[in-house]
Design a protein around this ligand. Structure first.
Ligand code: ADP
Ligand code: TRP
Length: 329
């Protein structure tokens, strides 16, 4: 049986990118693996949430996980900050993580560019904390979307480095996992790049149908193809990619043929895309709203998850301490 670990930062509502890039894999993997899925609330601190926002953000992601079908009886579902063994491993890992390699990661450079007034040390060592999250349970597989490729590569590097210094077999080298076999990138509706919370182009699982229709109808398109079988420019390709993800093959083929014959009407395509997204998100949305009301259930889930996660984490930390040379008097 494989051990699987993944998490999502609690920085806002989950969107279609998070679902298809990460959570869908979580739901599939929980049936025949030893899974640990957590809410990365310590990671969310790099952007300085207010004390009022912090808890509600965690609650939202937790309710969203459960509404998507993550089953706390099958997987260990927990809040990162409930597991104090993680920062201990993070501290130990930091001693073999080097300034140069941390400064070179694209996510650090991106963040430093986006929030020049807040280039904190937590941002720099973000990949070390992520590696601690993964290695604390000796994960074999990590389901994440494309943008996490480099962070995962760092986790692999830190695992190898630790094994080289202290013992070959301590950590398995964690592999990326995706049900399609490759990292997924769900595009945004603003014509370029990926769908993301901070990009302001996201369709969230909890969005109501009215908002979804509005967002999709506003999606960037163009004046239409002028030649048969013309290559699709990025904004149009993005619409098709989304349709490929949420609609049936027949629907996708219908609009693809229209495009290739220069008969496409983007208004019709967007209407169909919006309805298909709504069909997909509506049942999830209803469950999110229900679960958000059920504090007793959320308490039970997180308590059970914290106990199971700590049991697994404590074993690793004990082994790591011993390997490094800490001894009891
Ligand atoms: P965001 O970009 O909205 O801040 P996160 O960085 O918190 O989202 O990502 C949480 C998880 O969702 C990660 O595994 C990430 O790879 C995945 N993810 C986020 N956006 C996308 C996307 N547009 N396509 C595919 N996966 C995504
Ligand atoms: N860095 C991930 C993101 O932004 C979240 C994360 C933190 C994570 N720790 C992890 C993902 C461990 C997988 C495994 O989405």
């Amino acid at each position: 049986m494989k051990t699987v670990v993944s998490g999502i930062r609690s920085t806002g509502n989950l969107h279609l990118g998070n679902y298809f890039g990460a959570v869908k894999n979580f739901v599939q993997m929980q049936n025949d693996n030893n899974c640990f899925f957590f809410i990365a609330d310590w990671h969310s601190l790099t952007t300085h949430p207010t004390p009022e926002d912090l808890h509600i953000n965690v609650k939202r992601v937790l309710a969203e996980y459960l509404a998507c079908g993550i089953d706390p009886e099958k997987a260990t579902v927990y809040v990162q900050s409930d597991v104090p063994e993680i920062p201990e491993l993070y501290l130990l890992m930091n001693m073999n993580a080097y300034l140069g390699e941390l400064e070179r990661t694209t996510s650090f450079k991106d963040k430093a560019r986006k929030q020049p007034e807040n280039v904190n040390a937590g941002l720099l060592t973000y990949p070390v904390l992520m590696a601690a999250d993964i290695l604390i349970h000796k994960a074999h597989q990590v389901p994440v979307g494309k943008d996490q490729e480099q962070n995962l590569e760092m986790a692999r590097k830190f695992a190898r480095r630790f094994n080289n210094i202290y013992g070959e077999e301590t950590f398995p080298i964690p592999q990326p996992y995706s049900y399609t076999g490759e990292f997924i990138k769900v595009p945004g509706l603003d014509g370029s790049g990926k769908m993301g919370k901070s990009e302001g182009n996201a369709i969230c699982l909890v969005d109501d149908p009215k908002d979804i229709r509005k967002k999709v109808m506003k999606a960037v398109s163009d004046s239409g193809p002028t030649e048969m079988n013309q290559e699709k420019p990025e904004p149009i390709q993005n619409l098709f990619t989304l349709m490929d993800i949420v609609s049936t093959k027949d629907t996708y083929d219908f609009f693809n043929d229209k495009y290739n014959n220069c008969e496409i009407r983007y208004g019709d395509m967007k209407k169909q895309l919006a309805e298909d997204i709504i069909n997909f998100t509506s049942p999830i949305r209803e469950r999110i709203l229900d679960i958000m009301q059920d504090d007793a259930y959320l308490h039970k889930v997180t308590k059970m998850g914290a106990e199971k996660a700590r049991e697994s984490a404590a074993k690793t930390v004990e082994e790591v301490r011993r390997l490094i040379g800490f001894r009891k008097f």
